[in-house]
Design a protein around this ligand. Structure first.
Ligand SMILES: [Zn+2]
Length: 62
């Protein structure tokens, strides 16, 4: 039971990650990639290097 719960949590994380990545790819298509979805500023390159699927700047992500 415990193992199943852990496998399920892992699967949820994977799917969440896939959604973030596919959202990032569609923003790339629309020329919106690299801008914060909330406030619209450029997301610093350093942040994108850490998380290429980041949709928000550090301030808005909090
Ligand atoms: Zn922001």
């Amino acid at each position: 039971m415990q193992v199943q719960a852990m496998a399920r949590a892992e699967e949820d994380r994977r799917q969440h990650r896939m959604r973030l990545i596919s959202a990032a790819l569609s923003r790339l298509d629309e020329g919106e990639y690299g801008y914060c979805m909330t406030c619209g500023i450029d997301i610093p390159v350093k942040r994108l290097e850490v998380d290429a699927a980041a949709a928000q700047c550090v301030v808005c992500a909090k």
